[in-house]
Design a protein around this ligand. Structure first.
Ligand SMILES: Nc1ncnc2c1ncn2[C@@H]1O[C@H](COP(=O)(O)OP(=O)(O)OP(=O)(O)O)[C@@H](O)[C@H]1O
Ligand SMILES: [Mg+2]
Length: 268
């Protein structure tokens, strides 16, 4: 079997924040690799460093609180940690895209879904006409299974349900055909039925578009649904890693065993 192509390699990454004047290592020497077509789950309790990890990959951590990064993040052949903001903008939202927990904070309430989607599409495709951007927007809404997309383009964010808003966010994130999608608790705010639908959509999109996905959650049950491989984080460190089946059947770290005990009794 040929080894899968690596798309992102994080090596010995540490992230140091200022914390009331003192410095605090919030990510401590973590290393992992994401392959083409892989869904990598990151799980861990609140404050374990999941969001800081993906925000660092996206180059979105402000200084302060950031004091310094150490280590390396290689995307294809580029070192991301040393990119200038301008260089980062060529990667962020184009090669690597992201979706967050609460689409209401990412969507602007005073513009329609269609306006926001077409604006992002035109940002990524300079010179594209408005008409073509609208067409592409509609086809993206179709791709994320939003019914009646022509009508939905005219809606404001608050006129959509939570699940539909998250689908609209996913459509926006896909508008540049990213190679990597980073999803930070994208289903946490949704009820379980809708959550299952969004997870299944993300899995289908990864396969169809040959993307890679890093999926963050505090819920191992969700990881079991989507991920191929899992990183378990605690206090800024990776305390356990492996294939999803191994993590569920042969957890070695007591922390993973604790996390698993929360979901025992639930079908996963
Ligand atoms: N803007 C910030 N300023 C100062 N410290 C921060 C900031 N953002 C995160 N931290 C600290 O960095 C550490 C990691 O936080 P992070 O947000 O990555 O956790 P998380 O695993 O995503 O948690 P959650 O599940 O609650 O989202 C925590 O100790 C947190 O307090
Ligand atoms: Mg977080």
């Amino acid at each position: 079997m040929t080894e899968k192509e690596k798309i992102l390699t994080v090596e010995n990454l540490s992230v140091i924040f200022s914390d009331s004047g003192a410095s605090k290592r919030v990510i401590k020497d973590i290393s992992f690799t994401l392959h083409k077509g892989e869904i990598l789950g990151i799980v861990g309790e609140s404050g374990s460093g999941k969001s800081v990890t993906v925000m660092t990959i996206m180059g979105l951590i402000d200084s302060p609180p950031l004091i310094k990064n150490k280590g390396s993040i290689i995307y294809k052949d580029s070192e991301l940690l040393t990119l200038t903001n301008r260089e980062y903008r060529k990667i962020r939202g184009k090669e690597i895209s992201y979706i967050f927990q609460e689409p209401m904070t990412a969507l602007n309430p005073v513009f329609t879904i269609g306006d926001q989607l077409t604006e992002t599409i035109r940002e990524h495709n300079r010179g594209m006409s408005r008409k073509d951007a609208v067409k592409k927007g509609i086809s993206l809404l179709e791709e994320v299974n939003i019914p009646d997309p022509v009508q939905r383009m005219k809606n404001y964010p608050h006129e959509l349900s939570g699940g539909m808003r998250q689908r609209a966010m996913i459509a926006t994130a896909l508008s540049c055909n990213p190679k990597i999608l980073l999803a930070d608790e994208p289903t946490t705010a949704l009820d379980v039925t809708i959550q299952a639908q969004i997870l299944s959509l993300l899995k289908d999109l990864v396969k169809k578009r040959d993307m890679s996905l890093i999926f963050i959650t505090h819920d191992l049950g969700v990881i079991a649904e989507v991920a191929d491989n899992v990183l378990v984080m605690k206090d800024g460190e990776i305390v356990e890693r492996g294939g999803v089946v191994d993590i569920f059947h042969k957890p070695t770290h007591h922390y993973t065993i604790d996390l698993l005990s929360y979901i025992s009794g639930r079908e996963v």
